[in-house]
Write a protein that binds this ligand. Structure first.
Ligand code: FAD
Length: 406
C-alpha cells in the first residue's frame, strides 16, 4: 500500500508542495487539512489588488479544485488539526475524526500579533491575515472615513495606499523612527514616507499607541498615543507583525525557537515530520545561522525542498531570500538581507521614481532594494546569490549594463 502524506495548513506552502508533488508524480496519497474554508491561496493580494476590489476571489487560489480532484488529493477544509500523536502517527481533527499519516508536513504559517493595550477589543479594530479579514475590512473603506493604521510595516503601508486612493482619510502610527525599519534601509524608508505624505497620508513615526478610546455605540472612536494625543478614528487596522504558528508542534514536543526548527531538507527532529513556510526557523545554506522568513519566496522554496525530501531526491535549501511590496504605482523588490551592511550604493535617482539601493559588506553585495527598476533587482538577485564583490562606482554607473558585470 502506498504511503500517506498529510499536510497541515492549506496556505501557500501547502499549495506549492502539493503541486510540486503532483508534477513529480509522487505515488503516495496526499491529504491537506486546513482550518480556513478556502483552497490554498496567495495572501499578497489581500493588502493590494483584492483589498482594492481589482481582482476576484477565485484569482487568489493557487490552483482550482479540479487540479486536486484529478490528482486524487484529498482536501479537508474548515477543519483544524488539534493535536499530533507522534507514537501512533495520528492527528486529532476538530470534527472529532482521527487521521493517520506516514509523513506529516506542518505548513501552519503565522498568526497576527495582537496589541495589548486598553480598548483593544472594541469593535471597528481590524487585523489582516486572511480572506475573511479583508471581507470584513473592505466595506468600511469608503471615502471620508477615518482609518488609523497601527504599524508602518509593508502590510500597513500597502493598506494605506489602497485606502488613500479610495478617498479614505488615513493616519499611520509607527513606533520606530522610520517605516519598514525591520526590512529595509533608511533611503527606502524615507522615500516611501515621502510618497505616502504626498498622497495625503498623515504618517507619524516615533509614536507608540497606548490605548483605544470608545466612540459611539461602543465602537472605536480614537487612538491615543504616548504623547497624549488622540487621533480620531472610525476604524483601525492593527498591523504590527506576526508570530509563527508553532502551538501544534510545541504541544507534540517538537523543538521550536520562534519557529519550528528544521534542517536544510525541511526535516524536524522526528523522521516522519517536515515543516515548511512561515512557521519554521530553518537552515538555509545561504545563511550562517538558522533564519525565520515571512515571504512567498520562502514558502515556495521550502515547499520544493520538502517535495524533494519526500521523493528521496534530497536537495538542500540554498537560496537568497527575496520579497516585494506594491504601494501606489511603486513596485519595491528586495533580495538578500541588508542587516550588517557597511556601505550603500544608489543606482538611479529617487526623484525619478526608479532607483535601487545596493547594500555591501566588505565590498560584497549582500542585498538590493529596487523601486520600479526590475533590471537592477534581477541583476541584484544574481549578485547577492553569488556573493559577488563589485565596486560601488560600477553599481551606480548607469552606462554599465548590470548584466555585463555578472
Ligand atoms: P499561510 O499562507 O499563512 O498558510 C498557513 C495556513 O495554515 C493558514 O490557512 C492557517 O489558518 C492554517 N493553519 C494553521 N494552523 C492550523 C491547524 N492546526 N490546522 C489546520 N490549519 C491550520 N509575502 C511576499 O513575499 N510578498 C508580499 O507582497 C506579501 N504580502 C502579504 C500580504 C498580506 C496581507 C499577508 C498576510 C502576507 C503577505 N506576504 C507576502 C507573506 C506571505 O503571504 C506568507 O509568507 C505566506 O503566505 C506563507 O505561507 P505559509 O503556507 O507558510 O502560511
Amino acid at each position: 500500500m502506498s504511503e500517506t502524506t498529510v499536510i497541515v495548513g492549506a496556505g501557500h506552502a501547502a499549495g506549492m508542495l502539493t503541486t510540486t508533488l503532483i508534477q513529480k508524480k509522487y505515488d503516495g496519497k496526499i491529504v491537506i487539512v486546513g482550518d480556513e474554508p478556502h483552497l490554498p491561496y496567495q495572501r499578497p493580494p489581500l493588502s493590494k489588488a483584492y483589498l482594492s476590489g481589482d481582482v476576484e476571489l477565485s484569482s487568489l487560489y493557487l490552483k482550482p479544485q479540479d487540479t486536486y480532484d484529478k490528482a486524487g488529493v484529498s482536501l479537508t477544509l474548515d477543519t483544524r488539526v488539534e493535536s499530533i500523536d507522534r507514537d501512533s502517527r495520528e492527528l486529532a481533527l476538530s470534527g472529532g475524526d482521527i487521521l493517520s499519516y506516514d509523513n506529516l508536513v506542518l505548513a501552519t504559517g503565522s498568526r497576527v500579533r495582537r496589541i495589548p493595550v486598553p480598548g483593544a477589543d472594541l469593535s471597528g479594530i481590524h487585523y489582516l491575515r486572511a480572506i475573511a479579514d479583508v471581507d470584513a475590512l473592505r466595506p468600511a473603506l469608503t471615502a471620508g472615513q477615518r482609518l488609523v493604521i497601527v504599524g508602518g510595516g509593508y502590510i500597513g503601508l500597502e493598506v494605506a495606499a489602497v485606502a488613500a486612493k479610495l478617498g479614505v482619510s488615513v493616519t499611520v502610527l509607527e513606533t520606530e523612527e522610520r517605516v519598514m525599519a525591520r526590512v529595509t534601509g533608511e533611503t527606502i524608508s524615507r522615500y516611501f514616507e515621502r510618497k505616502h505624505r504626498e498622497a495625503g497620508v498623515d504618517l507619524r513615526t516615533g509614536t507608540r499607541v497606548v490605548a483605544f478610546e470608545a466612540g459611539d455605540n461602543g465602537r472605536v472612536g480614537g487612538v491615543t498615543c504616548d504623547d497624549d494625543s488622540t487621533v480620531p478614528a472610525d476604524l483601525v487596522l492593527v498591523s504590527i507583525g506576526i508570530q509563527p504558528e508553532t502551538a501544534l508542534a510545541e504541544a507534540a514536543g517538537l523543538p521550536c525557537d520562534d519557529g519550528i526548527l528544521v534542517d536544510e531538507y525541511t526535516r524536524t527532529d522526528d523522521p516522519h515530520i517536515l515543516a515548511i513556510g512561515d512557521c519554521t526557523r530553518h537552515r538555509n545554506l545561504y545563511f550562517d545561522q538558522p533564519v525565520r522568513l515571512e515571504s512567498v519566496a520562502n514558502a515556495v522554496d521550502q515547499a520544493r525542498t520538502a517535495a524533494a525530501t519526500l521523493t528521496g531526491a534530497d536537495q538542500p535549501y540554498n537560496a537568497a531570500p527575496w520579497f516585494w511590496s506594491n504601494q501606489y504605482d511603486l513596485r519595491l523588490q528586495m533580495v538578500g538581507l541588508s542587516e550588517g551592511h557597511d556601505e550603500t550604493a544608489i543606482r538611479g535617482n529617487p526623484d525619478d521614481d526608479a532607483f535601487a539601493v545596493f547594500y555591501l559588506q566588505q565590498g560584497t553585495v549582500i542585498a538590493v532594494d529596487a523601486v520600479n527598476l526590475p533590471p537592477a533587482f534581477m541583476a541584484g538577485k544574481k549578485l547577492v546569490g553569488a556573493r559577488a564583490a563589485v565596486e560601488p562606482a560600477t553599481l551606480i554607473d548607469l552606462d554599465v549594463d548590470l548584466k555585463s558585470i555578472m
